[in-house]
Design a binder for this molecule. Structure first.
Ligand code: AMP
Ligand code: GLY
Length: 425
């Protein structure tokens, strides 16, 4: 079968690597892809916003399956357009991708289904939002309802900050994403990312990860898309996973199906492990980036088979959970200097001997035969090990074999878990 992968980041490089290994993958195309993805796929330029063009490409190249990496085309209904033409798609239709596209939708669903999450209020009127603010205490979390490229969440320590955030959102600070605002109770605890794969009715757990969102060592500095991640998150025990499947994921799958919005694709649940138990922070309708890279590093099955089962009605009925290695995987993001502000572009990169580590490309191009940086997050240096600590050592050994003068990375990815491993002896 010919397959088309939509996307261009490190997440898609990891997916391309595993998809291309499947015996049922005849020819893999990626749009737009990147120089790393080009090792596994033919990169083409088809605009994902132009559904007609994607469909025409699929018909022309006899594409039987489309895997959509990022959230924007999903929320925009690319899945609907392709399914309407009889093409199988990994990733939800727009009416199900709303789980990422509208934070307020998720909160209402949680309230109806009794899914544990932070208390909230949803407002499309500024005066009403400001009036309800005091009942949440401080700190308080203010969110733009829609997609805001990961920037629409403000944790306000003071009432003035909270009021400013609400004012900013209603005055268009996040574009149409802020036309509606969600105010949330602030939850405390450790955050974990959990992934589960659904065909719309059946759902299987996939795996856990923890990422590092701040740009600097010790989790300092501004937020980023993620500076590194590891999987599994050992703090997320089998008992916690069972509780999350039972109280959060399965009720969501059932509610969405009942609502006529069956969710087929991957659930990326952001969870807070609070003293009262695990609670949902948010859903994303795609794999995490860079969480996907560490999951793919541990995945031991046939990725086309798994994603195709999720894309087929009832395809996961009776399915076992996908096999992931017992080993840990850890990825370090090498970013261009300036990120998450304005990254320096064009800096040359030379990858030396990185042993068994895998280098996923996130923001690179080849210019005059030389690999150079073209984005904020540039490379994902990913390794496996018997423990998170061992994977960390292997990943940083690979980082040190890469010559990238215009780049930087955090030196402490995995620190929480490595400290726990050390304390446990
Ligand atoms: P989100 O984009 O919803 O994942 O939010 C971004 C980050 O804000 C999360 O990863 C959490 O660190 C934090 N956050 C979001 N909602 C809450 C909440 N209700 N309580 C505490 N932290 C939160
Ligand atoms: N690493 C977080 C995300 O993909 O949203």
């Amino acid at each position: 079968m010919n397959i088309l992968l939509i996307g261009s980041g490190g997440r898609e490089h990891a997916l391309a690597w595993r998809l291309s290994q499947s015996p049922s993958c005849e020819k893999l195309f990626a749009s737009p892809g990147n120089p790393g993805i080009a090792d596994h796929a033919e990169c083409v330029a088809v605009d994902p916003a132009d559904h007609g063009a994607v469909l025409a490409f699929c018909l022309d190249r006899n594409i039987g399956f489309v895997v959509i990496g990022p959230e924007a085309p999903l929320v925009d209904g690319l899945g609907d357009s392709l399914r309407a033409a009889g093409i199988k798609v990994f990733g939800p239709n727009a009416n199900a991708a709303i789980l990422e596209g509208s934070k307020g939708f998720v909160k209402d669903l949680c309230a109806r289904e009794n899914i544990p999450t932070a208390a909230y209020a949803r407002h499309s009127d500024k005066a009403a939002a400001l009036a309800e603010l005091p009942r949440f205490g401080l700190p308080v979390v203010i969110k733009a309802d829609g997609l805001a490229a990961g920037k629409g969440v403000i944790i306000a320590e003071t009432e003035a900050e909270a009021r400013d955030a609400i004012e900013h959102m209603f005055s268009g600070g996040f574009g149409s994403a802020g036309a509606e605002v969600v105010i949330e109770e602030f939850m405390t605890g450790e955050e974990v990312s959990f992934f589960a794969i659904s065909d719309g009715r059946n759902v299987v757990p996939f795996g856990s990860a923890q990422d590092h969102k701040r740009v600097g060592d010790g989790d300092t500095g501004p937020n980023t898309g993620g500076m590194g991640a590891y999987s599994p998150a050992p703090i997320f025990s089998a008992a916690l996973e069972a509780e999350v499947m039972e109280r959060i994921i399965r009720p969501t799958v059932s509610a969405m199906a009942r609502d006529g919005r069956p969710y087929s694709g991957v659930f990326f649940a952001g969870l807070m492990l609070t003293p009262q138990g695990p609670r949902l922070i948010e859903y994303n309708c795609r794999f995490g980036d860079p969480e996907c890279q560490v999951l793919m590093m541990r995945f031991e099955g046939d990725l086309v088979e798994l994603l195709l089962a999720a894309a087929s009605e009832g395809g996961l009925s009776g399915a076992d959970r996908p096999a992931l290695s017992d080993e840990a995987a850890l990825t370090v993001v090498m970013a261009a200097k300036g990120y998450p502000g304005t990254p320096e572009k064009g800096s040359p990169i030379t990858i030396g001997d990185v042993g068994d580590a895998r280098i996923f490309h996130a923001g690179t191009v080849v210019k005059d035969g030389q690999l150079v940086a073209s984005g904020g997050r540039v490379l994902n240096v990913t390794a496996r090990g018997a423990s998170v600590g061992a994977a960390q050592i292997a990943a940083y050994a690979a980082v040190d074999a890469i010559d990238f003068p215009g780049g930087f990375c955090r030196r402490d990815i995995g620190w929480r878990e490595v400290a726990r491993e050390k304390a446990a002896g």
